[in-house]
Design a protein around this ligand. Structure first.
Ligand code: NAP
Ligand code: MG
Length: 503
C-alpha cells in the first residue's frame, strides 16, 4: 500500500528511458548528431545528470528539413484526412497509455511537481491532440459567387482550397516542455504540414519520448523530426531556405532574431513571447478567492509562465490586506523536489534562470521595494537545486526593473490604483500584452476592463485557464499569431483560390 504522502518510485520504464543514450529523430530513424556530440540533461532539484542526448546542429537540421520535405511532398500530402485524423488520435491514446511515464519525465527534467504534470501538463497535451484530430476532416474551403465586370455573359465557378504551409520548424521553451511541443505539433499535423521540432536544451526528454510514440503510432517517416540541441539548431531552422514556417515560443530577444532570420526566404512566422501580465483586484472582489487566485497566477509553475500574473494592481481600500494575504500564501508554499507529493513549488529550471531571478530580486531590494515574503533563494534544508523562495514586493514604482521586465520566476509586485482610468493605464503600462486577469463581482467593471486591456487573453475571476479550443497569444511585444482553437488553423494553412470558366 502506498499513502498519498509517499514519494512515488521512478517507474522502471522511466529508469530505462533515462539510462539510454538518446539520438535525433530524422526521417523515422534515431541517429547520432553529425558532429557525434552529446550533452547532459540535469535534474534541477539535485543538479545531477539524469540523461544524455544528441547535440544536433545545422547539419542535422538540414537532414531533418530534407526528410520533412520528402514526407510533405509524398505520403503525408496524399493521405486521406480520415486516416490522418486517426493517426493523431492514436498518438493521443498512446500518450494517455503512458501518462504517468510522461509526467515523471517532465517532473524530473523540468523540476515541476509531479502532481501538476500528471493533472495538467500531460492531460492538456492529450486533449489538444484530440481536439485537432477532430479538425482534420473539417477543414473546408468555400465557393464564392464572382461577377467579373470585364467578362459579361461568362460564368465562373470560384472556390478555395485550404492547403498546408509545408515544412515547419517549431522551436519551443522549457517551461511546459511536452505541452508546448504538442500545442505546436497537433495543429501542424492536423493541417497536413511536416515538422522539425527543436526542444529547449534544458528539457529535451519528453519531446524525445513524444518522438518515440510518433514512430509507434505509425506516422510516415519524416512527418515529425526531433532535433535536440541548442540555440544554434533553432537558428538553423529560422535561417533555412527550405523551411516554410517557423513557430517559436520563448524570449522576446530570440523572437527578434527569428524575425530577422525569416527575411531570407520570407518564411511565415508565429511568435509567442514574454509577458508582464497584470492581475487586477477591485475592492468588491471576494478577497479570499482573489488572494488565492492572484497568488496562483504568479506562483503556478514557479512563475515560469509567459502569462504569469507578475503585477498585482489592487484597489487602495484592499491593497494592504490583499498583499498581506498573498505574502502569507507565498510563505506557506512548500519548496521541494517534484516527486514529493507535498511539494507546492519545485526548483527553477536551470542555474541560469536561478541567477537571473535572484538578480531581479536583488535589484528590487536595491531600488527600495519592500519585501513582504521571500526575497532570498534556497530555503534551509535544501542544499542543492535551483530553488527560489516565492517573493512578494510592495512599495514599488513604475520605473523599477521588477515592475517593467519579465522575471520569469516566482516574484510579484503589488501596486495600488486610484480610478478606473488609472487602473487601465497601469494595466497597459507595459511593452507586453499577453494576458491579464480581473477580479470583481461587478459585471460592468469586468467587461469594461476586458475591452480596455490590450492583451490576447483576459480572464475574469480566474487566471491560467487553458483549453485546446480557446485561442492564446499576444498583443504588442508578446508576439503574433494565436495558438489553439480554430485560430491556430490559420497559422498552418494557406488559401488557394481556383477560378473555373464554365463553357
Ligand atoms: P530562449 O533563448 O528564447 O529559448 C527558447 C527556445 O529558442 C529554445 O529552444 C532555444 O534553444 C531556442 N533558441 C535560442 N536561441 C535561438 C536562436 N538564435 N534562434 C532560434 N532559436 C533559438 O529562452 P531562454 O534563454 O531559455 O529563457 C530566457 C528568458 O526567455 C526567460 O527568462 C523568459 O523571460 C523568456 N521565456 C519565455 C517563455 C515563454 O513561454 N514565452 C519561455 C521560456 C523563456 P536553447 O534552449 O538551446 O537556448
Ligand atoms: Mg536561451
Amino acid at each position: 500500500m502506498t499513502a498519498a504522502t509517499d514519494v512515488p518510485a521512478i517507474l522502471p520504464e522511466v529508469q530505462s528511458f533515462l539510462s539510454r543514450p538518446h539520438k535525433l529523430l530524422i526521417n523515422g530513424q534515431w541517429v547520432d548528431a553529425a558532429s557525434g556530440q552529446r550533452f547532459n540533461v540535469e535534474d534541477p532539484s539535485t543538479e545531477e545528470t539524469i540523461a544524455s542526448v544528441a547535440h544536433g546542429g545545422a547539419a542535422d537540421v538540414d537532414e531533418a528539413v530534407k526528410a520533412a520535405r520528402k514526407a510533405f511532398e509524398g505520403p503525408w500530402r496524399t493521405m486521406s484526412p480520415a486516416k490522418r485524423a486517426r493517426l493523431i488520435w492514436k498518438l493521443a491514446d498512446l500518450m494517455e497509455d503512458h501518462l504517468e511515464e510522461f509526467a515523471q519525465l517532465e517532473s524530473l527534467d523540468n523540476g515541476k511537481p509531479l502532481t501538476i504534470a500528471r493533472a495538467a501538463d500531460v492531460p492538456l497535451a492529450i486533449e489538444n491532440l484530440r481536439y485537432y484530430a477532430g479538425w482534420v476532416t473539417k477543414l473546408e474551403g468555400e465557393t464564392i459567387p464572382i461577377s467579373v465586370p470585364y467578362a459579361p455573359g461568362a460564368t465562373f465557378l470560384d472556390y478555395t482550397l485550404r492547403e498546408p504551409v509545408g515544412v515547419v520548424g517549431q522551436i519551443i521553451p522549457w517551461n511546459f516542455p511536452l505541452l508546448m511541443a504538442v500545442w505546436k505539433i497537433g495543429v501542424a499535423l492536423a493541417t497536413g504540414n511536416t515538422i522539425i521540432l527543436k526542444p529547449a536544451e534544458q528539457t529535451p526528454l519528453t519531446a524525445i519520448r513524444l518522438g518515440e510514440i510518433v514512430c509507434e503510432a505509425g506516422f510516415p517517416d519524416g512527418v515529425v523530426n526531433v532535433v535536440t540541441g541548442f540555440g544554434e539548431a533553432g537558428a538553423a531552422l529560422a535561417n533555412h531556405k527550405n523551411v516554410d514556417k517557423v513557430a517559436f515560443t520563448g524570449s522576446t530577444e530570440v523572437g527578434h532574431k527569428i524575425v530577422h532570420a525569416s527575411a531570407g526566404n520570407l518564411k511565415r512566422i508565429s511568435l509567442e513571447l514574454g509577458g508582464k501580465s497584470p492581475s487586477i483586484v477591485f475592492d468588491d472582489a471576494d478577497l479570499e478567492i482573489a488572494a488565492a487566485g492572484v497568488a496562483n497566477a504568479i506562483f503556478f509553475n514557479h512563475g515560469q509562465c509567459c502569462c504569469a500574473g507578475s503585477r498585482i494592481i489592487a484597489s487602495p481600500g484592499i491593497a494592504e490586506e490583499l498583499e498581506q494575504r498573498v505574502a502569507d500564501i507565498a510563505s506557506s508554499i512548500e519548496l521541494g523536489r517534484g516527486f514529493n507529493p507535498t511539494t507546492g513549488m519545485g526548483p527553477l529550471v536551470s542555474r541560469e534562470q536561478y541567477d537571473r531571478v535572484c538578480s531581479f530580486i536583488q535589484s528590487g531590494q536595491e531600488a527600495g521595494a519592500k519585501v513582504l515574503a521571500g526575497g532570498e533563494a534556497r530555503p534551509a534544508g535544501l542544499d542543492k537545486g535551483h530553488f527560489v523562495k516565492p517573493t512578494v514586493f510592495s512599495g514599488v514604482s513604475r520605473d523599477m526593473k521588477i515592475v517593467r521586465e519579465e522575471i520569469f520566476g516566482p516574484v510579484v509586485v503589488v501596486q495600488p490604483f486610484d480610478t478606473l482610468e488609472d487602473v487601465i493605464t497601469k494595466a497597459n503600462d507595459t511593452e507586453y500584452g499577453l494576458a491579464a486577469s480581473v477580479w470583481t463581482k461587478d459585471i460592468n467593471k469586468a467587461h469594461k476592463m476586458a475591452a480596455a486591456i490590450r492583451a490576447g487573453t483576459v480572464w475574469v475571476n480566474c487566471h491560467n485557464i487553458f483549453d485546446a479550443a480557446a485561442p492564446f497569444g499576444g498583443y504588442k511585444m508578446s508576439g503574433y499569431g494565436r495558438e489553439m482553437g480554430r485560430h491556430a488553423l490559420e497559422l498552418y494553412t494557406q488559401t488557394k483560390n481556383v477560378i473555373v470558366q464554365l463553357h
